[in-house]
Every structure is written in C-alpha cells, then in structure tokens.
Design a protein around this ligand. Structure first.
Ligand code: SF4
Length: 149
C-alpha cells in the first residue's frame, strides 16, 4: 500500500495554534486506500498547543530554509528554529514510511503549499510554500494542498 504524509490537523488531531482541528472529508477521500502518516510539524518542532499564531516574514518557507526569512509569532517571538526542526522531523517521518507524496493543510507557515499568509497577521495571502512543504519538495516528495479546507 502506498504511503502518504498528511497534516495531522486535517485528520482530526486538535494540533492547530488555536487548539482546534480541520478535519476534512475531502482530504479523507483524497487519501482513501493509502497508508496515511499523520504528522504535525509545529508540534514535532517543540511548540505547544494552543500557541500564538505564527507567520512567515521576509519570504516563504524556501527563504527560511535558505536563511533569508523567519517565522515569527504575533508577539514578535522568533520560532524559526522550531519550524525548521519540525520540517526536518516531517521529512524523516515521510522517508521512514516511504511516502512519495504529501497532502498538507493550505496557507499554513509550515504546511502551506502554493499560498501562505503574508506575515501581516491580517489574513492576506501571497504565493509561496510553508517551511515543511518547501523541505519535502526539495527532497523529491510531491506536495499538494488539501482540497476543501
Ligand atoms: Fe500542524 Fe501543519 Fe496542521 Fe499547522 S497546518 S496544525 S503545522 S499539521
């Protein structure tokens, strides 16, 4: 059975910053018949739940991996280190399970694929990937944004 890495919040795990989940029937349908590896990079990186919201500042997840952007909470606390650590653990989990694909939560500074929040905490979106999405893609894993959320 093919394995796929999926954002844990999409599978009903209450690991979002606000302590909620984003369970998605559309995401479940998209991974039906696969061995699903549920993973939350932010929690794996050492952040608590609930926690302050965080956004990418100065660039997207690729820029964070390149050292030219940061991840910052709305309080100003820099959580780049935790986001990068969580992304590395997500990659390790994906490799361990043999995942060639990942289905991730849209817009997140970790899991976002294609669009992410712009760092203003005003709900504005810009093109780009989250830190985990960027790292997985750089290592040959096909990353898609989950539908319907
Ligand atoms: Fe965790 Fe990713 Fe969901 Fe954020 S979007 S709560 S990092 S699984």
């Amino acid at each position: 059975m093919e394995a796929i890495l999926v954002s844990a919040c999409l599978r009903g795990v209450p690991c979002r910053f606000d302590g909620r989940h984003k369970a998605s029937g559309a995401a479940e349908e998209a991974v039906a018949g696969r061995h699903v590896v549920s993973f939350c990079p932010e929690v794996a990186g050492g952040l608590a739940t609930p926690r302050r919201p965080a956004e990418l500042v100065g660039g997207d997840g690729h820029a964070v991996l390149d050292g030219t952007a940061r991840v910052v909470e709305d309080t100003g606390r820099d959580v780049t280190e935790q986001f990068v650590a969580g992304a590395r653990r997500a990659l390790a989990a994906a490799r361990h399970a043999g995942c060639a694909e990942a289905l991730l939560m849209p817009r997140s500074p970790s899991c976002g694929r294609g669009t992410v929040y712009d760092g203003s905490f005003a709900g504005e979106l810009v093109p780009g990937d989250g830190v985990t999405a960027a790292l997985l893609e750089r290592h040959g894993i096909t990353v898609r944004a989950a539908p319907g959320v």
